[in-house]
Every structure is written in C-alpha cells, then in structure tokens.
Design a protein around this ligand. Structure first.
Ligand SMILES: *Cc1c(COP(=O)(O)O)cnc(C)c1O
Length: 361
C-alpha cells in the first residue's frame, strides 16, 4: 500500500459554499478568491470548478493569473495586488486581466502605458486597514485621473478592505463602511468591500461585488460560532493512517524531546503525517484528530513525517486505520486554534508532497 496521506477535495462542497455566498449576498456579483494555490487546495482544480459559477476569479499576482490562463481558464481574473512593475501591464492587457490600483505608482504606470486594449481597473481606497489603498482624501483626484486614462475602461470599481470583519464585536467595520459610503457617494461607479467575513456578517457591505475566499473552502473566518457558518461544508479533508501502535507504561515518554509523559498505561498510535506533509509542527499535546471518526489527541512532538496520538480510550484502533487531521468532522479552524494560528495558514501551507485527490466531483 502506498503512503496513505491525501488532501481529499470535495468539489460538491466547493460549489455549495459558493451558492451559500450567493444566497447571503443575492444582489452582488461574486469574485471567487483563488490566490495562493486556492488557499492550498490546488488552483487549477478549484478554478476549473468555480470559473463557470463565479462572475470573476481573483489572485494576488500576475504569475498566478498566467498559470490559470495556461490551464484554460478564460473568465475575468482580478489581480488583488495589481501589477508590480509597468511592464506587467502589457501582459495583463493581452490576457484580459483586471487590475487593482492600490498606489499612486500603479496609477502612473497606467498613465504612461501604451496598451492594445484598455484594462478594467479596481481602485482600492484605504478606509482604516492601512495596508494597501490610496488615501481617502486623494479619491476624487485619482478617480478622475483613472477615468481620463486611455488605458483604463470606463467601468471602474471602487473598493476597500476590512481589518476586523471577522470580529462582530469590533466597531471598526461599521466605521470603515461609513467612511467608504462617504468616499464613494460622489461616484457613479460600482463598489466592493466584503471578504468572507463581510459576506457572512455585514450585509451593509455587500455592494456590487463581494470577494469571498476562505468561506468557499468551507471554513468560517469567525473565532466563535456565527449565524451562517453551519451551512458551510469543508472542501479539504486531510487524511493519513495509523502505521504502528505502542503500549507505554506510566512515566515513559513519547517522541522528540520527551515532552509528553504517560500518566497511565497508554496506547500510542503512530500516524504517518508530519510537518513535511503540512501538519503544523507547533501543534501541542491535546490537539484533536479523528481516528476512525472518533476523537483522540496528539501526544508528544510533531515530527517531519509522523505524529503520535494517544488512543488509550479507543481500544479498537488497528494499524491501517484512517486518521483525519482536519476537514469533515473536525474544522481546520479548531485545529488552528490549538496551534495558535488560523485555518487559512494551515491549508495554504500544505506542500506539494501531500497529493490533492478529488473525491467528490
Ligand atoms: C484574500 C482577499 C480576499 C478574500 O478574503 P477571505 O477572508 O479569504 O474571504 C478579499 N479581498 C482581498 C483584497 C483579499 O486580499
């Protein structure tokens, strides 16, 4: 038998989650965000599935868009960070990409470019995230320069990005929405603000275009339970299997650094997945896994190619039994909380070593 590790992909869940986004934001067009290898799921597999269902796709940079075009994706693709140098505008125009304008430099490159066909542009305004986007006070001047620019199509989308939309208790999102309302009031253009958390919790922010990423993969961006999160279905289920079992006496230790000590006669299952396969090394003892669908917890340090799991309370466990690290029945966000990170990071860091296998077409 081959090494059993798989990142199983449920594409029916992916389509379902997109329909959840559409139901939550019925008046909005959808840009499905597939940057960073579709959050680690596999850009080609995910884009092929979502392209016919979404109104556009979004990636971070032109290299990601070129790869999608080469794999036959013809839908509009938005470059969320825009171009990194003037020369990229020519290729963006040839490939029919949409570009975000985040800075004055990017505006100047557009004004100086000589393109075959004008580009569709999104103009990002900084309403409080202070990461990307033009100054609010520059909005009118820059919008007019974009409108006057021959390299730019007439249908500019004004947009912004939220810093705290995943925290319903934070006043920041409401403040960003009202700032965005104020800034965009004078322009007849389309607008966009909502990421997944905005789609799920901030209906006032849906506007003409929503930009969900994380929720499409079946994960809730909220730390606590949130009204709509139960309707999402995990797309990636990371599985491995038990390859050895050991009985360990009280006082004996398990794994590198001997950081876990048996307090009772214990049964330890060795599972053939580690940080070289995308399972986070910082996962501490107590992090949950599912063995044959039943919960057990990590015991001892994560190795490169293995973990050790305390299965003392699951006496039926045998070599070859399936272990789910996250996904169906165990949300990646729950695992991530034990590690001190977010589910976004766990799926996005999944290396090529772990095969992506489509199990539900
Ligand atoms: C990544 C990204 C999104 C999607 O965010 P999620 O939290 O994954 O929904 C939306 N907009 C921009 C500008 C982004 O960079």
């Amino acid at each position: 038998m081959a090494r059993p590790n798989q990142a199983r992909l449920n594409l029916a869940a992916l389509r379902h989650n997109l329909s959840v986004a559409r139901t939550l934001a019925p008046g909005s067009s959808v840009v499905a965000v597939v940057k960073a290898n579709a959050y680690g799921h596999g850009a080609h597999i995910v884009a092929r599935e979502l392209a016919p269902l979404a109104d556009a796709l979004a990636v971070a940079c032109i290299e990601e868009a070129v790869a999608l075009r080469e794999s036959g994706i013809t839908s509009p693709i938005l470059l969320l960070q825009g171009v990194f140098e003037a020369a990229e505008l020519t290729l963006a125009s040839e490939l029919g990409l949409w570009v975000m304008v985040n800075t004055l430099e990017q505006l100047c490159w557009l004004e100086e470019a000589r393109l075959q066909q004008p580009l569709r542009c999104w103009l990002k305004v900084d309403t409080g995230m202070h990461r990307l986007g033009i100054e609010p006070s520059d909005t009118a001047a820059i919008y007019q320069r974009l409108q006057a620019c021959h390299q730019v199509q007439a249908d500019i989308v004004l947009c912004t990005h939220f810093a705290s939309a995943d925290d319903p208790a934070s006043p920041q999102t409401a403040a960003q929405i009202s700032e965005f309302e104020r800034l965009s009031a004078d322009f007849p253009c389309q607008r966009s603000a909502a990421n997944s958390a905005g789609v799920m919790a901030w209906p006032a922010a849906h506007y003409d275009w929503v930009r969900p990423g994380y929720m499409l993969y079946g994960n809730s961006p909220f730390a606590g339970t949130q009204a709509n999160s139960g309707s999402l279905q995990a797309v990636m289920t990371l599985v491995s299997a038990v390859i050895a079992l050991h009985d360990v006496a009280p006082g004996e230790t398990v794994g590198y650094g001997a950081i876990w000590t048996a307090r009772r006669p214990s049964r330890i299952a060795t599972v053939t997945i580690g940080y070289g396969d995308g399972y986070p090394r910082l996962a501490p003892a107590g992090t949950p896994v599912l063995v044959n669908g039943q919960r057990a917890t990590l015991a001892g340090r994560v190795s490169m190619d293995m973990i050790t799991v305390d299965v003392t309370d699951l006496p039926a466990v045998r070599i070859g039994d399936e272990v789910v690290l996250w996904g169906n029945g165990l949300p990646v966000g729950e695992v991530a909380r034990h590690v001190g990170t977010i589910g976004y990071e766990l799926t996005t860091r999944m290396p090529a070593r772990t095969p992506r296998i489509v199990v539900t077409p």
